[in-house]
Design a protein around this ligand. Structure first.
Ligand SMILES: Cc1cc2nc3c(=O)[nH]c(=O)nc-3n(C[C@H](O)[C@H](O)[C@H](O)COP(=O)(O)OP(=O)(O)OC[C@H]3O[C@@H](n4cnc5c(N)ncnc54)[C@H](O)[C@@H]3O)c2cc1C
Length: 377
């Protein structure tokens, strides 16, 4: 067993660090915005890292997007800016259905632009009344008499809505599920901002009012849309774990800096027993989460679908650990951990949504337990 990353992965980490350094001075501002920060987008484009999100044949770096590379990049970006992490991640989450299910024309039209960061991508699954239970989507896709398609319904809490150049939309069709690619300028699509959440994010509410699309807007086989959604989760779920590890380590570094220098009761806080214990627990838990995450991502490189239970475990473990760790770090920093828009306060807020999106912890536990009970004979 080799715990050393290969040189190619280390090189990608170095590129991500360079991008994070470029964004660092604007991170505090960007992370409080509910729209795309032009400086962050420009830095992402310049880095060339969005190319990790598409297959090599369409301007990408690897034959197929590499879950470990994506995970390593998100770990570094999230430690600096949640906005940067989100912009990067969505280029993959919002385009993967094209990579695996798109026609040659769809791939050639969009993927090279996604790779260069010139077109922003989005994936629209959630609706006002539908979150974890995706099978209850109400947005409807129907074939029209002239061979085209009609999309009618609405989506809620969609990352990049209003900023994206196209949307991968999940809809119900004839008792099954289908996926269509909707360019942002399509007639009948209207978007309004989602109310700002505790850790601001580019989010929008979408309405598709009798939207007419050509038959070529379809992605994949009619009625097999769930396969494309699951394929996307299989590649990208573990990358949320990577981002959570980055967030947790960044919080711990803040706490270490603070507790090393702040003196109470005649000693630095870090030398006081209970604080030292919290530091030790945080470090141990970051390492545990990171090991599980890297292993799951390595499995996902070989076979994303087969690795999904491990990706779910990594996402569950790392996001739950990140929440616990950042909470302890705020505790160790006392009142200084509460200052609005300080790094630690931002990390504290940013940790919270990670346990809800891309599979809430409780929903992941159900899937993991189901897999376990099927495996044990
Ligand atoms: C920052 C952010 C970005 C997002 N971006 C996107 C996006 O780009 N595209 C998109 O489509 N959606 C997006 N979402 C929506 C996200 O996917 C949903 O929030 C998520 O699927 C959970 O759905 P819900 O919030 O409706 O919670 P619900 O499904 O209503 O669940 C609420 C809670 O109930 C519990 N629960 C639910 N089901 C079960 C179960 N079966 N067993 C046990 N407990 C359960 C869990 O504790 C869960 O947290 C985003 C959300 C956030 C916060």
């Amino acid at each position: 067993m080799n715990f050393e990353l290969e040189p190619a992965y280390k090189a990608i980490q170095a590129e991500a660090r360079e991008l994070a350094r470029a964004v660092e001075p604007i991170a505090a501002t960007a992370d409080e915005m509910s729209e795309v920060h032009p400086g962050v987008l420009a830095a992402l484009r310049k880095s060339g890292l969005a190319a990790l999100m598409v297959p090599a044949a369409y301007g990408g770096r690897h034959e197929q997007p590499d879950p470990l590379a994506i995970c390593l990049v998100r770990e570094i970006l999230m430690a600096t800016s949640s906005h940067l992490d989100s912009l990067f991640a969505l280029q993959g989450i919002g385009s993967y259905a094209i990579s695996v299910g798109g026609s040659e024309e769809q791939r050639n039209t969009w993927l090279p632009k996604v790779a260069r960061g010139e077109a922003l991508a989005a994936l629209a699954l959630t609706e006002e009344d539908v979150g974890s239970d995706l099978k209850r989507v109400a947005t409807e896709l129907t074939e029209t008499a002239d061979g085209g398609l009609r999309l009618h319904g609405s989506k809620s809490f969609i990352s990049n809505a209003g900023a994206a150049d196209f949307y991968i939309v999940f809809a119900k069709e004839a008792g099954a599920y289908s996926v269509v690619l909707v360019p942002a300028d399509t007639k009948g699509v209207s978007i309004s901002p989602t109310p700002v959440i505790m850790a601001p994010h580019v989010l929008g509410e979408m309405v598709f009012h009798n939207v007419t699309l050509p038959a070529s807007a379809r992605l994949g086989t009619p009625g097999r849309g769930m396969d494309l959604v699951l394929a996307t989760l299989a590649v990208f779920r573990v990358s949320v774990a990577g981002a959570a590890c980055g967030l947790a380590r960044a919080a711990l570094e803040e706490a270490v800096r603070h507790t090393r220098t702040r003196v109470q009761f005649g000693r630095p806080l870090a030398k006081l027993g209970p604080v030292a214990q919290m530091l030790a627990d945080c470090w141990t838990e970051v390492e545990m989460a990171q090991l599980l995450t890297y292993r799951a991502a390595t499995y996902a490189v070989a076979d994303p679908a087969a690795a999904l239970p491990h990706s779910s475990m990594a996402k569950l473990a790392a996001t739950e650990a990140a929440s616990k760790i950042v909470d302890r770090c705020v505790q160790m920093m006392g009142r200084f951990g509460l200052i609005r828009n300080s790094k630690i306060e931002r990390l504290y807020r940013q940790a919270r949504p990670m346990r809800i999106y891309e599979g809430a912890s409780e929903v992941l536990r159900l899937g993991i337990a189901k897999q376990l009970t099927e495996e044990v004979r």
